[in-house]
Design a binder for this molecule. Sequence first.
Ligand SMILES: [Zn+2]
Length: 226
Amino acid sequence: MDRKLGPPFAPTRRRSAVTRGKWPRRVLIAVLAIAVTSGLGWAAFTLGARWMDPASFAGGSGSSIPGWSTGHTVGVQDGFVPDGEHISPRNTELPAIANLDPKLLRAVQEAADDAAEDGVDMFLTTGWRSKAYQQRLLDEAVVKYGSEREARRYVGTPEQSHHVTGEAVDIGPTDADSWLSRHGTDYGLCQTYGNEMWHFELATTPGGVCPEMLPDASDGRSAPTE
Ligand SMILES: [Zn+2]
């Protein structure tokens, strides 16, 4: 009895006690790892989805930037789109899209549909902008380029910009710009500045001929419209 249930039994119990002590810790670590990983994944997903969902788009942190000279906080209501963000021309809940000239918007939507059939994703990086947003961009450009004269080669004033009147869109990514430079006239869409392959306006009739491009937005032949 003693030999069977005594010493041989005790080490077994001790081993299993050690094993029982370790497993919960391993399980705990595994559970924590899964929780942290899914937490990070969810955060990334939420950030990524923010610009696709107009509701959270409007309210999410980082959806606005403080104005400079105007003191007005530029947000989604101003047509603000952060650098690097792409929005669908079908996302008409966003002011950047909804406030475009309806004819221009329709032309861009049709072009985007046809580009998609060619395997090219076409998005807007900028659509309509409020005057406050335009002023903010001009302020930034003056800092970036060192003078208002140089800045206005790239960014028009709120009074001049065709983005403010809803008559211009900036298209991305680059392969969509290339697609539109080849096919844009089918929809009346033209690149209007030689130095901005992404900036398109409804500048001809469908199937027509685009006017000669201006070198940049400050060209003397017309007021800057970028
Ligand atoms: Zn533009």
